[in-house]
Design a protein. Structure first.
Length: 346
């Protein structure tokens, strides 16, 4: 009888241990189940980001928006069906890269059907696209700056992406609307939304550093130019010379919803520290950028980054990206491995 009880306890312990093991992300999760998966993703990203470098910013933004709603589970990719899904929420209407992820998924499915999650594909593609950003910058651009190192000639930041995420089956527009940080948010709201995901003020500053690449529509900041408090005024926290330039050459009226503006003027294809320099000069494009100067912790973090090395920024940015990529992940038997990223399995 004692021997039987011991066996039952041992079985339960092993079951719990296996469950805990399954519940953890790990490097090389697909090493046996789909050994070519990460190489397939990397090769596709390397080939296509060279022809469409703006997609790097789009993919990292997609990863960010996905993780802030129900965790990093690819719920942002789901189409609306009987309910309105995340991708139709206002913060996600300008997301790009859905077909890019679908193309990767098709390649991986052809290699290993039903093995690699869409959530892992987003996380890996976001990282790989940032790594390759510097490699596509023409050499003459480097000649225009004071130091080659500061332009990141060695490539964009790299971070580990442990895998094993599973895909969610629920996607809700209302949750996306309330959980995703907005370019209009102040520091208090930003801090709350980040804290809800287990991220701190340092993470807020570092992840905002992704604004060093990519573009924005005028509608994301034109209120700062034309109607900041509802009285036809301009945001006093926005550098007046920069504001005048934007009004004259970019967003010529508050209703302009087609013009694209660089978030990091003159350096939008290069992952570097210039975004933070613009923020310190009160030339951050968004209200959320300006908000980073309203708190002693976030402001000092920016100053330390600017007066540090680009290698340090890359390392710190990578740590925050790895941290973000593990928000409320689904592992083990949770969720599913979608056959098509836009649809839950039937």
């Amino acid at each position: 009888m004692g021997s039987q009880s011991y066996s039952q306890v041992l079985f339960l312990c092993l079951t719990v241990l296996i469950g805990l093991t399954q519940a953890q992300l790990q490097q090389g999760f697909y090493a046996k189940s789909c050994p070519k998966a990460e190489k397939i993703i990397q090769d596709f990203v390397d080939e296509h980001i060279r022809n469409a470098p703006s997609l790097a910013a789009a993919l990292i933004r997609m990863h960010f928006h996905d993780c802030f709603v129900r965790g990093c589970d690819a719920s942002v990719l789901l189409n609306s069906t009987s309910n309105q899904a995340e991708r139709d929420a206002p913060p996600n209407l300008t997301l790009r890269g859905f077909s890019f992820i679908d193309s990767i998924k098709s390649l991986v499915e052809a290699e290993c059907p039903g093995v690699v999650s869409c959530a892992d594909i987003i996380a890996l593609a976001a990282r790989d696209s940032i790594v390759v950003t510097q490699k596509i910058t023409h050499i003459y651009i480097y000649m225009l700056v004071s130091t080659i190192t500061d332009m990141g000639l060695q490539g964009g930041p790299y971070w580990n992406v442990p895998t094993g995420r599973r895909d969610g089956t629920i996607s809700n527009l209302v949750e996306a609307r309330s959980s995703i940080p907005s370019p209009f948010h102040n520091l208090t709201t930003l801090q709350t939304l980040f804290a809800n995901q287990g991220l701190d003020l340092k993470d807020l500053v570092l992840l905002s550093g992704a604004h060093t690449i990519g573009i924005s529509h005028c509608t994301s900041f034109s209120n700062r130019l034309y109607n900041f408090t509802g009285k036809g005024d301009q945001d006093p926290d926005l550098d007046s010379e920069y504001a005048a330039n934007l009004k004259s050459f970019k967003c010529k009226n508050i209703n302009d919803n087609t013009t694209h503006v660089e978030m990091d003027p003159g350096s939008r294809k290069t992952f570097d520290l210039s975004y933070y320099r613009f923020v310190l000069k009160r030339r951050g494009l968004f209200q959320s950028d300006a908000a980073l100067l309203t708190n002693s912790v976030t402001k000092s973090t920016i100053i330390n980054l600017v007066y540090g090395s680009v290698e340090n920024f890359f390392a710190e940015f990578g740590k925050s990206m790895e941290k973000m990529g593990q928000i409320k992940v689904k592992t083990g038997t949770q969720g599913e491995i979608r056959k098509h990223c836009a649809l839950v399995n039937s």
